[in-house]
Every structure is written in structure tokens, then in C-alpha cells.
Design a protein around this ligand. Structure first.
Ligand SMILES: Cc1cc2nc3c(=O)[nH]c(=O)nc-3n(C[C@H](O)[C@H](O)[C@H](O)COP(=O)(O)OP(=O)(O)OC[C@H]3O[C@@H](n4cnc5c(N)ncnc54)[C@H](O)[C@@H]3O)c2cc1C
Length: 600
């Protein structure tokens, strides 16, 4: 093997490969203590009821200028921005605590042309930003010479809005002490290597109080935004599930929510109702009928059941981007068990480690960024009429067990003392194959009867021999593992090997014990829903805004199409749209409730 320093410096990021957690290697890691159930998942939330809108025919139980529905990544900043504009704000949250999926997040937020970049003289031009996002959102339509770069006018305008508003929104949250941030100048975008990415690093911010590894960014961000909301007088009501709109003369003038005691609360909105209720990850029927892939579920807050789709339908909302989701690999067994603490595998651990399919062959670059890695599970074989990679098997040896074990970021190689019920063991590869077959047998009811091929163990031996030869040379001729900057960010801790060329690979031992786990693809959350304009106004079938109705975050259509542009590419844009929606809602004409407030 060629002599080489194993600490790669990629566009200024030193990406260590030791057992120690340092720099960006572990930036997206979530410790076990942060892997708590999503907000409110412990208690039962009120059941879904009819979403048919009701007329403004009775006195409301409460009145606000702006009613925000959903207290997670989109709802909290929307409530704050609205309040700071002088509005009375009620925030309704279905779960029994704030945070939603954002609580589980590392909470990177991707902010183009952010203030620290400008201060450092890093150029991030709008035109370049738009080329990067357009190229990845709609690769087949991308045309650098088209005025909209091949995007639809709507997609183009939405992307422009992200560029324009993400930084002012982040700055305002920071100035008000609601979300102070730390700049991560060296974190690369997920396609930092493509020519369209003229600003490959510098767009990522994280909550200032998050630990160095950024593992608790979501907990910190939700806590600080929640505290600011309380401090500044947002009326927060948890345990309230919005069920339907209240309408008058074609305008939305309120919302009805139910609580666990069976009561219905009508909250009038003088200006607007803003939904930020997350995606539909936890509604099996919606997943089955809209997503492009047969996923088992995902790691969104379990209260994210696509409620806004039913609620916005009756007022004519048109849907977009229903087929795509923010995706990541997930452990099959926890997904099937619908474990509310499920964390996606944002970083696949280990160097002496491979993924193989049921025939014992590698089929993917295991270190591919998570959204792209997840797609691989859903390749359809039209000859055989099956998804041959629906479940892949992660295989590792004692070396990776000793040096890559981590209770962070959904990694499956876990340290002693943590829940390792997903780990399958064998002293030899034959023993391991038998144990994998037995484990798969337990799940055949949900995998279409998936079993190992009879020659799995022989193929696995050949696969390991081939992988080991690649690892010796540091070049993965089959899947190009370790060839792109972002793959080192997600490599996770591995044993120091001063001589090696490629820290993502090391030969798998000829000696047992060996370990395995079952992996499939899942969602962080979905990204389709009612189409809004760049100000968050929900559009009807004619393209006109539904007066008084807004949407922000994963409950509405994302213009990102299939892309996951960078770490933080969900929350950065969400904060931008929260800012825009709050401003537009503030400009709405005041619509007083037609009957008096209930005084009881
Ligand atoms: C493990 C993990 C790590 C992640 N890391 C990052 C990251 O580093 N950077 C990034 O950009 N993104 C990250 N994400 C994704 C990010 O958390 C989400 O995209 C973001 O939280 C979405 O915000 P939202 O407001 O749309 O939904 P959520 O944050 O899920 O909030 C939706 C809220 O609405 C509530 N709700 C649902 N229905 C109703 C109803 N009918 N009435 C009232 N309330 C309702 C829910 O209970 C929930 O609290 C991560 C996700 C996961 C799972």
C-alpha cells in the first residue's frame, strides 16, 4: 500500500479516521440519549376525525391573529416571526411536547450566502446557487441556458426564495436569541465536486449551543426556539390535533383542534392559519399510494401522519412532489417494529465492512450520502418481478466492531451495553449465513418471503476477497467508495492506519467472529403536499392563493424534487419559508370572527 497520511484534508475539512471523534467526521452524530422518541410519541394523540371544513357559525374558544399548526422545525420559527411582527399567535401541537422531527435532527441548516460567508468574503452568487439546486432537483430537465434552468417557473421561484430569505431568517432568529448559530465553514455540500457547485463549502450553520459533534443540534434548537416563544408570548397549546378548517366566504378564518379528552377547540385566526405539520411518513396508506418506493417507514416524529393533505383537500389545494421524500437507510427491524426512537443511518460505520444482497454480492457504495444510498434498496427487477435489494445485509468483522462501534447517528455497529438486538453473529461466515437466514425468516411476512440464495456463503467469500483486494489498494473499482469529499464526512470512527490510501476501506478479516444487520431504505420524512407560492400561501386548483391558508415545511410541496442538496437542506429552506410566510400572513386583511368569543 502506498505510504500516505490518512487524514484527508478536503476543502479545508480535516476528516480524521481515528477512533476519536473529531472535526466533521462525527458532525452528524446523535448519541443514544438524543435518540429519544419524537415529541409526544409516548402518549396517545387524539384520533383523526372528518376534515370537512366548517362554517364560521359559532363563537370560537380563542382568537389570535395567526394560528400556527405544528410545533416542529417549521412551526416554531413561523410562530416566532409572526409574534415579532406584533401578532397574537396561538401555536397548536398535536404531540404532548414541542419539537416534532426537528427534535431528533442534528439540525444543520443550509443557508446560502449566509452572514459568516459574506463576512469572510466567500462568494455565493445567486445564479451559481440556482444552477446547483436546479441541476440536482430535476436532472433530466436541467438546462443552463433556459431562463428557469429547466425548472418549472414555480420551482425556480421557490428556489430563488430560499436564496433570498434563508440568511435574513437565520440572522433574525439569532439576533432575537431564539436560535444562535455556529458557522461550519468546512462542511461540503453533498455534491461539492460537480462543476455547478461554485461554493462547495460554507453554507451550513448549527445551533450555537450544540456540542462539537453537533449531535444534539435538534434538542438545542427546539429548546431555544421554544423558550423564545414562551418568553415572547406565543400561546403554546400541546396535545391539540388540528382536524379541519373554519371558512367564511372562501377564506380560512380559523381551525378546529381536538384534545385527548374528546373536546373540540375552535381557534379563530384574524389573519391566517399556517400549517407546519410535517410529512406523511407515518400514514401507511398515503405512503403506499404516493411514494415512488415501497418504504417501511422512517424516522420522522410518529405524529406526522399527513393530516394537512386531508385538511387542505376540501379547499382545492393542488398537490406537488408527492412521490419524493428525504430518504436514508434504516434498520429493517426497528422500522418494522415502528420504533418511535428510530434514527436513520446517516453515517454507515466501519471500514472492514460491506453491504451485500441476498445472493452475497455487493450492490452499492456503502458510504454514499444517505439520501442516495437509500434509493438503491428500491431498484426493481422487471425480469423477476421483485425488489432484489429491498433488504441488504451489512457485514463487518471484529476490527470494525472494536474500532467503529458508536451509539451515534443510527449506526448499526454499536458498543457493548447498548441495544444490539439487531446484530446477528457467527464465528465463521457459514455460521453467520445461517444466522442471517434464520433472522430473515422472521421477517418473511413483510419482505415478500425474502430468503438467502443457496450459494450466499460462497458468494460472500468471493465478495470479501474482491473487496479486500480493493481495500489493499484503496481503490473500489466496483462502486468507487471513498472517492468523494462527503463520504469522509460520513465515514464515522475507524482505526488509525497511517499507511492507507482510502480510510473508508480495510480488508475484512479471514477470522471470525463476524457480525451482520438487516438494512432497508426509509424516510426522514416525506416532501410532498399542497403547492404554495414562495410566500407560503396555499394555492388552489387555479393557482390562486386560498385566502388565509399557509403551509411551511414537509407538509407542503418542496421544490427540491428528488434532491437532497446538502446537510441542512431541509431546515435551511424551511426557516426561509417560515420567514416569508410570517411576513405575508402579517399583511393579510383582518377578518374578525363573526360571533363573539366564548367566555366560559
Ligand atoms: C434523525 C434526523 C436527523 C435530521 N437531521 C437534520 C439536519 O441536520 N438538518 C436538516 O435540515 N434536517 C434534518 N432532519 C430533517 C428535519 O428534522 C425535518 O425536515 C424538519 O424537522 C421538518 O420540519 P417540519 O416542521 O416540516 O416537521 P416536524 O419538525 O416534524 O414538525 C411537525 C410537527 O407537526 C405536528 N403535527 C402533525 N400533525 C398535526 C396536527 N394535525 N395538529 C397539530 N400538530 C400536528 C407534529 O407532531 C410535529 O411536532 C433530520 C431528521 C431526522 C429524523
Amino acid at each position: 500500500m502506498p505510504k500516505r497520511d490518512n487524514r484527508r484534508v478536503v476543502t479545508g475539512v480535516t476528516l480524521g479516521v481515528s477512533d476519536h471523534t473529531r472535526d466533521c467526521e462525527v458532525l452528524m452524530s446523535i448519541p443514544q440519549q438524543a435518540q429519544r422518541p419524537a415529541s409526544g410519541t409516548a402518549g396517545p394523540s387524539p384520533a383523526r376525525q372528518s376534515a370537512s371544513p366548517v362554517p364560521d357559525d359559532r363563537a370560537p374558544d380563542a382568537v389570535a391573529d395567526v394560528v400556527v399548526v405544528g410545533g416542529g422545525g417549521g412551526g416554531l420559527p413561523t410562530a416566532l416571526f409572526s409574534r415579532w411582527l406584533g401578532n397574537e399567535v396561538v401555536l397548536l401541537e398535536k404531540a404532548d411536547e414541542l419539537g416534532g422531527t426537528a427534535r431528533k435532527a442534528a439540525f444543520w441548516y443550509w443557508v446560502p450566502n449566509n452572514e459568516p460567508m459574506r463576512a469572510a468574503g466567500i462568494v455565493d452568487d445567486e445564479a451559481d446557487f440556482l444552477r446547483y439546486v436546479a441541476r440536482l432537483a430535476r436532472p433530466t430537465a436541467y438546462d443552463p441556458d433556459s431562463p428557469t434552468l429547466g425548472l418549472t417557473r414555480w420551482e425556480y421561484d421557490m428556489c430563488r426564495a430560499i436564496y433570498e430569505s434563508a440568511s435574513p431568517a437565520a440572522e433574525l432568529l439569532a439576533e432575537k436569541g431564539a436560535l444562535e448559530y455556529r458557522h461550519c465553514p468546512d462542511v461540503p455540500d453533498y455534491w461539492s465536486e460537480i462543476p455547478e457547485d461554485k461554493t462547495p463549502t460554507g453554507r451550513v450553520l448549527v445551533p450555537a449551543g450544540a456540542r462539537e459533534s453537533m449531535s444534539d443540534g435538534g434538542l438545542v434548537g427546539v429548546a431555544s426556539m421554544g423558550a423564545a416563544a414562551r418568553r415572547d408570548g406565543v400561546d403554546i397549546r400541546t396535545g391539540h390535533r388540528a382536524q379541519r378548517l373554519v371558512v367564511r366566504d372562501g377564506a380560512v378564518v380559523g381551525v378546529e383542534a381536538t384534545t385527548a379528552d374528546g373536546r373540540t377547540h375552535r381557534i379563530a385566526a384574524r389573519k391566517a392559519v399556517v400549517f407546519a405539520t410535517g410529512g406523511f411518513t407515518h400514514d401507511v396508506d398515503l405512503r403506499r399510494n404516493f411514494l415512488h418506493a415501497p418504504v417501511y417507514g422512517g424516522c420522522a416524529a410518529t405524529t406526522n401522519e399527513g393530516d394537512f393533505l386531508a385538511i387542505a383537500g376540501p379547499v382545492g389545494a393542488q398537490l406537488r412532489n408527492m412521490n419524493y421524500a428525504w430518504m436514508c437507510p434504516i434498520p429493517l427491524e426497528r422500522a418494522v417494529a415502528r420504533d418511535p426512537g428510530l434514527i436513520g443511518m446517516f453515517s454507515v460505520a466501519g471500514d472492514s465492512m460491506v453491504f451485500v444482497d441476498k445472493t452475497g454480492h455487493r450492490v452499492v457504495n456503502e458510504k454514499l450520502q444517505y439520501n442516495e444510498l437509500a434509493q438503491r434498496f428500491f431498484t426493481y427487477d422487471g425480469e423477476k418481478g421483485e425488489y432484489p435489494h429491498l433488504v441488504l445485509i451489512q457485514i463487518w468483522d471484529q476490527r470494525s466492531q472494536d474500532h467503529s462501534a458508536s451509539d451515534e447517528y443510527g449506526r448499526l455497529i454499536v458498543p457493548p451495553g447498548t441495544d444490539d438486538s439487531h446484530v446477528i453473529r457467527g464465528e465463521t461466515l457459514d455460521e453467520l449465513a445461517e444466522a442471517i437466514a434464520a433472522r430473515l425468516d422472521r421477517y418473511k411476512g413483510v419482505t415478500g418471503g425474502l430468503t438467502l440464495a443457496p450459494d450466499f456463503a460462497d458468494n460472500l467469500r468471493r465478495t470479501i476477497d474482491r473487496f479486500n483486494a480493493f481495500a489493499e489498494r484503496g481503490v473500489d473499482e466496483d462502486f468507487h467508495r471513498g472517492e468523494k469529499p462527503i463520504q469522509f464526512v460520513f465515514n464515522g470512527p475507524v482505526r488509525e492506519e497511517p499507511d492507507r490510501a482510502n480510510p473508508t476501506m480495510w480488508p475484512i478479516s479471514g477470522q471470525g467472529p463476524y457480525y451482520a444487520a438487516l438494512v432497508t431504505g426509509g424516510t426522514l420524512d416525506t416532501k410532498g403536499g399542497p403547492r404554495t407560492n414562495p410566500d407560503g400561501q396555499v394555492l388552489d386548483d387555479t393557482g390562486a392563493p386560498v385566502p388565509g391558508l399557509y403551509g411551511v415545511g414537509n407538509c407542503v410541496a418542496s421544490a427540491s424534487g428528488q434532491a437532497y442538496w446538502a446537510g441542512g437542506a431541509t431546515l435551511g429552506p424551511i426557516i426561509a419559508f417560515a420567514h416569508r410566510a410570517a411576513q405575508a400572513a402579517d399583511r393579510e386583511p383582518v377578518r374578525e370572527p363573526s360571533t363573539q368569543l366564548t367566555t366560559a
